[in-house]
Design a protein around this ligand. Structure first.
Ligand code: MG
Length: 426
């Protein structure tokens, strides 16, 4: 069962930021003109399939509650839990004991570590209470470092004074944790999870570490806040992979719609995982004329997609969103009859909708389909497309990635286009 709960620590006072956080909790500071840091963190959790979002508020918690409690964001609901009095990150977590899942994701609300959250929360350790996402750093001095032996964290080293010595490379705590609810038994009163709870657990060998190399930024200092505001606008837009469904992700049995009919094409789940790891948004764009013909209902389409999502989660992968078109010119169900619905491929409506609803970077984006109509829809949305020959989707995705992205160390950028016979014909 995939972990569905993401808990964010948003109670920090941010004393090092001085007056900036006097009236605003750190996670609620804007990082772009129209986005707060916490918005980004929630959005990241939601697109990875976390549906129960919990904000642990403290300092200025009323503003957090006013803005977020009860909000629905796509499939997810947000709750705000306010601690009655400051009790550290440990105390804040303890206060939320009644609503915590057996395993949950815990995240600092004042930093962003851009990783595949499904990979961190995949297969919780049988023994142990925590798994920490670690990041290699050229200099750990500002953060303190973490010693990892195999999968086990063996020590935390305090922040080094900046005096004299050169940079100290190593691993740092990335501020993202997979935690077992039983960790609460180790929290008695006010304390810090990072400074009190984890070191005690590490001494008992109860903490795993996993290394990720995603973009990392915290906004704890005026200069890193400025850096976030400089760098994040470029980082927030991601390239997108648009994938046709039947015959690309799953074997096309003809109007496939029952969850138990799901059979993945070779390399399909691995392809989605590779795209997740590459920082891509992954969208399914699928014509579902079977709905128009009365063979099944839209609820069946959703159930099929839920099954796909669950099986992907089992290997640490996810689809960011599914777009389906139930319309057809010859529909037997009247409300699905449309001579040329803008969403029905080869029309590009589903791709255009995704482009409106998500921050998609054109550069690097592509579509993979198994029909001419897929390719045409992509062309009309201005996205390069690749025709899948039905052999191995991972191989095709790797080819697509290599075509749209310069290889590391490549001397000149490779032009952003994928030449396929279908495209040349189109
Ligand atoms: Mg198809």
């Amino acid at each position: 069962m995939a972990v569905r709960q993401a808990v964010f620590l948003v109670g920090g006072k941010g004393t090092r930021l001085g007056t900036v956080t006097a009236a605003t909790p750190k996670p609620l500071l804007p990082i772009t003109p129209d986005m707060l840091l916490i918005d980004l963190l929630i959005e990241e959790a939601v697109r990875h399939g976390f549906t129960d979002i919990v904000l642990l508020a403290g300092h200025l918690g009323d503003s957090v509650e006013r803005l977020y409690h009860g909000r629905r964001i796509r499939e997810a609901t947000v709750r705000v839990i306010r601690e009655p009095e400051p009790a550290g990150t440990g105390g804040a977590l303890r206060h939320a004991a009644g609503i915590l899942d057996p395993w949950f994701l815990l995240a600092n609300g004042d930093s962003w570590f851009d990783i595949n959250l499904r990979a961190l929360t995949l297969a919780p350790p049988r023994a142990g209470l925590a798994r920490i996402a670690l990041r290699p750093m050229a200099d750990t001095a500002r953060y303190g470092s973490v010693e990892l032996h195999g999968r086990r964290i063996t020590a935390f080293t305090e922040k080094k004074a900046a005096a004299g010595s050169g940079p100290v490379p190593g691993l740092i705590n990335g501020g993202l944790y997979l935690l077992r609810r039983a960790i609460l038994d180790r929290i008695a009163g006010p304390c810090s999870i990072e400074q009190d709870v984890f070191p005690a657990l590490v001494r008992q060998g109860a903490v795993e570490g996993r290394v990720f190399d995603g973009y990392f930024l915290d906004i704890g200092l005026p200069e890193t806040l400025a850096q976030a505001r400089r760098e994040l606008p470029m980082r927030l837009a991601r390239p997108a992979a648009f994938l046709d469904r039947d015959g690309v992700l799953n074997i096309d049995h003809g109007y496939t719609h029952r969850p138990e009919q799901l059979r993945w094409m070779e390399g399909a789940r691995e392809a989605v995982l590779a795209l997740n790891e590459a920082g891509y948004l992954v969208f399914v764009v699928t014509n579902q004329a079977g709905v128009a013909h009365g063979f099944y209902h839209e609820a069946d389409v959703h159930a099929f997609h839920a099954r796909m999502q669950a099986e992907l989660a089992d290997m640490g992968a996810h689809i960011d969103a599914f777009y389906h078109c139930p319309f057809h010119p010859d529909a037997t169900i009247r409300r699905y009859r449309h001579p040329s619905h803008p969403d029905r491929k080869p029309n590009p409506g589903m791709l255009l909708k995704a482009q409106r609803e998500w921050r998609i970077r054109d550069r690097g984006s592509f579509l993979i389909g198994d029909r001419e109509s897929d390719i045409e829809a992509a062309n009309r949305a201005g996205i390069p497309a690749m025709l899948f020959d039905g052999t191995n989707l991972l191989a095709t995705v790797r080819q697509a990635l290599a075509a749209v992205r310069p290889a590391p160390g490549a001397p000149t950028p490779i032009p952003i286009s994928i030449e396929t016979p279908a495209m040349q014909a189109g």
